[in-house]
Design a protein around this ligand. Structure first.
Ligand code: GLN
Length: 448
């Protein structure tokens, strides 16, 4: 653990993946594990893990990269964090992210700019950019992220690591600072598919604190990852919309090469269609922003974190604290969300977006009727330069065109490294049936 911190401090001078290190407590935990003895059956025993800063950690400052929570010390830990601790992992610190997970480059953090592990002039992706960069730069073998519209898969793709967004309801969201509650999901980011499978088995499962969690049994996801031939006979769908216009040529070719690899191993890959995919981004920004505007009401200057001084009355506390505490992107979402939920506009926006969501769900269901999983790119491009898109929200939003529909449908989606373009990693996305992360791990293991 001490060596891990020495390495982290060195590497993080460039990467800037961490907002807050947990050194004293981590060393104490490591000593306790030493005393108790490592359980050889428990692959996670003694493993350093990093936690995205929108997962609350008892006694350890949790900011969601917002000035609003700058000095907030939670009084409990998220279920996923507790479950990792129960496996004798060591929480080494909290990772940088876009404020309240809103963004795709980690540039919306109120505190620092994280750099891509492969090129320090490039973004690490987002919103779990700190977690992905921490893993890719060799600081930790495992980090937790959250994914509302791509925030685990896209930074994993940009940094050449493995990221799993499990099925909605697979992992408890208790203790995850809510963004879009019908979309949010917690998942692991690791260097290998097998590590990822081990981590998901550890954090998944029903939780009385989150009644959207499933009571389905959690498989040992790593158990069958010993040979690469398990894709034999599988039927894979490749949506034509995923390799169409706007997708970079190198990215497209990496996906087609992966398809060939699956064919070589005895799977079939055929072209399918997700016709409503193109409406995903529009529907998502209505639904996610609406849910966010509601979830973020609790940051009122009274209950948590930041409170403006120099206030005259109660309304002033709310207005000033929220004006000063939230960054621009968060305010943009709150405005968009409250507008689309307001009485005169609900039918035109929120209700319509909800209907589009149903069409997207049906598209996936139709393809999944006769396919084991779907493959495609994670993002249309590789990591872009820091500063290149931050002043253009629409361009930034379009980066998630291939990940967002998966959240709208609640399906599992995984990003695995599948080549390079100009020295930057390309991610392959595998999308599964509800609660069938197992198939995705098997299919991902082919590229291990
Ligand atoms: N980039 C998307 C957004 O800004 C997705 C973020 C996420 O998955 N948390 O909303």
């Amino acid at each position: 653990t001490k060596q891990t911190f020495a390495n982290m401090k060195q590497t993080d001078q460039t990467t800037q993946a961490f907002l807050n290190l947990n050194e004293d407590e981590a060393v104490r935990t490591a000593q306790e594990i030493d005393k108790a003895g490592i359980d050889p059956e428990n692959l996670l025993s003694g493993i350093p893990v990093a936690i995205k800063d929108n997962l609350v950690t008892k006694g350890l400052t949790t900011t969601a990269a917002s000035k609003m929570l700058e000095n907030f010390k939670p009084i409990y830990s998220a279920t996923a964090v507790e479950k990792l601790a129960a496996k004798q992992t060591i929480n080494v610190g909290k990772t940088n992210m876009d404020e309240f997970a809103m963004g795709g480059s980690t540039e919306n953090s109120a505190f620092k700019v994280t750099t891509n592990a492969w090129d320090k002039t490039k973004v690490p992706g987002g919103s779990s950019g700190g977690s992905a960069a921490a893993v890719a730069s060799g600081q930790v073998p495992l980090a937790l992220g959250s994914d509302t519209g791509g925030s685990i898969r896209q930074p994993a793709s940009f940094n050449g690591v493995v990221g799993m967004k499990p099925t909605y309801g697979r992992v408890s969201r208790w203790g995850l600072i809510a963004f879009g509650s019908s979309l949010d999901e917690i998942g692991p980011i690791t260097r290998s598919v097998k590590d990822n499978a081990v981590a998901l088995s550890a954090i998944a499962g029903h939780d009385d604190h989150d009644l959207t969690t499933s009571t389905k049994e959690v498989p040992d996801f790593a158990a069958e990852l010993n040979e690469k031939t398990t894709v034999k006979g599988m039927k894979i769908g490749l949506p034509k919309e995923f390799i169409g216009e706007g997708v970079d040529e190198d990215v497209k070719n990496a996906v087609l090469a992966a398809a060939d690899k699956y064919r070589e191993l005895g799977a079939t890959v055929d072209e399918v269609s997700l016709p409503h995919n193109k409406y995903g981004v529009a529907a998502y920004y209505i639904i996610a922003s609406s849910e966010a505007s509601s979830n973020l009401q609790r940051f009122d200057g009274i209950r948590y974190g930041y409170r403006a001084d120099d206030v005259k009355n109660l309304e002033d506390v709310y207005v000033k604290s929220r004006s000063e505490g939230f960054g621009d992107e968060v305010k943009r979402r709150i405005m968009l969300g409250t507008y689309s939920l307001s009485a005169g506009f609900y039918d035109a926006y929120f209700k319509k977006a909800a209907k589009v969501r149903t069409l997207i769900i049906r598209d996936f269901q139709k393809v999944m009727e006769d396919h084991d999983f779907i493959m495609g790119p994670v993002a249309p491009t590789v990591a872009f330069s820091i500063g290149a898109e931050i002043s253009d929200p629409m361009t930034m939003y379009m980066n998630d065109i291939l990940t967002i529909p998966v959240n709208l449908a609640g399906l599992p989606g995984m990003s695995i490294p599948a080549g390079f373009s100009n020295g930057m990693p390309i991610g392959l996305q595998l999308i599964g049936k509800p609660f069938d992360e197992e198939t995705l791990y098997k299919a991902g293991y082919v590229f291990e």
